[in-house]
Design a binder for this molecule. Structure first.
Ligand SMILES: Cc1cc2nc3c(=O)[nH]c(=O)nc-3n(C[C@H](O)[C@H](O)[C@H](O)COP(=O)(O)O)c2cc1C
Length: 457
């Protein structure tokens, strides 16, 4: 097999109690992991010992679910706010990247530009922003809305949001702060640029009250895979987090997204495609499968049925035998195509209700030995299904420990993964260029609040 010139990119997707819905019940899991900083610190340092590219914190701005009988059986009701958590982890790590999720639907661009620029400074250039537009219905209710904006509107807002943020990150040229004690001047006002953005969704004057950050712009990560999501990624994302379970689908996604970059004057390797994966490592294949089986057995049916209902329309299957077939379902008022997909899967593979929800709970799980998991990573990488992976851990910290102690050395031995960090910044690890300062056409110069003189575009 021809060897690619680059190396795998690997992020650790950290969730305190683990990413499997009942990971928190695993004998080696920290059940209070979502609110235990010492536990997060240990995980961050383990991931850094493994030379992983970044810590990745997914997020929704609500409890994950509002059906109390299932919510109380999951560990999805409490979690740290990602930027706050990563700011604390920045102080106890040296090199690993720090990627936080933040939604464009329930934030203002100035806040986001400021917080991520601050994290980039605090961490010496290790910040990344996972831009999401929000999908979980419960989030809307926390922000005075009954439902999210429609999909197209969310993306239109996201696009303008991202432009404003980028413009704010270029409020100051890199060498604007001269700090000249003798002259009594802290910055060179010629190198201050006021954005004065007036758009469809936002009016933002600027400038940002944070200097241009070590990476110029924190790394932009994106996780949408619809047509609009792919276009947004092609236009501006530097990492895309995607859910792909079959190599042929991953390769199709990979080539589709990479092919879109040329239209925006971008090089294909300036966008890293990282599918999610949740490895469960065993001493043998059977051992790894047993570990998964033991975990799945901890799923209370109340939780399992809710997982199904959330994915396939809000129906109640509690009256049906769990080890019997899926009954015919009433029409869904959520996504008809997703409901049909689930019915098709159940019929095609003759799955019981229990097997069906177990399938959802284990989406992304790959069981195997360090060798077979490395084989899979290698095949996906070498055949251009992925540039690397966002690696989740079914339970924590055990799943992460196994990955770093057993799988990473195997990948390193094969020359597929680094043995030392490439430099101080997340862009260094990912092989991404540092964006040069861009003087925007809308920029005006002069007093921030007083009269302004227009600059030549
Ligand atoms: C692998 C993956 C991870 C995601 N993680 C988050 C997340 O942490 N928070 C969030 O609000 N949305 C998350 N999303 C949702 C996406 O950001 C996006 O809003 C959603 O997929 C709808 O966009 P699409 O229609 O373009 O796919 C994730 C999506 C994918 C595929």
């Amino acid at each position: 097999m021809p060897r690619r010139p680059d190396k795998l990119k690997l992020n650790a997707l950290l969730y305190g109690t683990g990413s499997h819905v009942v990971g928190w019940r695993h004998p080696q899991a920290a059940p209070n992991g979502n609110r235990d900083f010492a536990h997060y610190r240990r995980m961050a340092q383990t991931a850094e010992r493994g030379k992983l590219d970044a810590l990745f914190i997914a997020d929704v701005v609500a409890t994950q679910g509002s059906h109390i009988d299932s919510l109380r059986r999951s560990a999805r009701a409490d979690t740290f706010e990602p930027l706050t958590l990563l700011a604390a982890l920045a102080a106890v790590t040296e090199r690993i990247g720090l990627i936080a999720t933040a939604t464009t639907t329930y934030n203002a661009p100035y806040h986001i530009a400021r917080k991520f620029a601050s994290l980039d400074h605090l961490s010496g250039g290790r910040a990344g922003w996972n831009l999401v537009t929000s999908v979980v219905p419960d989030e809307a209710a926390n922000f005075g809305a009954d439902t999210h904006l429609a999909h197209a509107q969310r993306y239109a807002r996201a696009d303008e949001f991202r432009e404003v943020v980028a413009g704010l990150w270029d409020s100051w040229e890199d060498d604007a702060f001269i700090e000249d004690k003798a002259a009594g001047l802290h910055f060179d006002h010629e190198k201050l640029h006021v954005l004065n953005h007036q758009g469809t969704h936002f009016r933002v004057r600027g400038p940002l009250n944070v200097a241009r950050s070590p990476q110029g712009h924190p790394v932009l990560v994106q996780a949408g895979s619809s047509e609009a999501g792919r276009e947004l990624a092609a236009r501006c994302a530097e990492v895309i987090f995607t859910a792909q379970h079959r190599l042929e689908d991953a390769r199709a996604f990979y080539s589709d997204v990479k092919a879109r970059l040329a239209r925006y004057g971008r090089q294909p390797d300036h966008l890293k495609i990282l599918p999610g994966v949740m490895p469960i490592v065993g001493a043998s294949e059977a051992d790894a499968r047993d570990k998964l089986r033991e975990l799945q057995a901890l799923i209370d049916p109340v939780l399992g049925l809710r997982l199904l209902a959330d994915n396939a329309g809000d129906f109640d299957l509690s009256g049906y035998p769990l080890d019997g077939p899926l009954p015919d379902l009433p029409p869904s008022n959520r996504s008809k195509s997703r409901q049909q997909g689930i019915v098709d899967l159940a019929r095609r593979e003759n799955l019981t209700i229990r097997q069906l929800y177990e399938r959802f709970a284990s989406a992304g799980v790959v069981t195997g030995t360090p060798k077979t998991i490395a084989d899979r990573f290698e095949e996906w990488f070498e055949t251009y299904g992925a540039d690397g992976f966002n690696v989740a851990f079914a339970w924590a910290p055990g799943g992460l420990d196994d990955f770093v102690e057993l799988v990473v050395p195997e990948l390193q031995r094969r020359g597929l993964f680094r043995t030392e960090y490439e430099g101080p910044t997340l862009r260094d690890q990912l092989g991404l260029p540092r964006p040069a300062f861009v003087r925007r056409p809308s920029t005006v110069r002069g007093d921030v609040t007083g009269p302004v003189s227009a600059e030549a575009p």
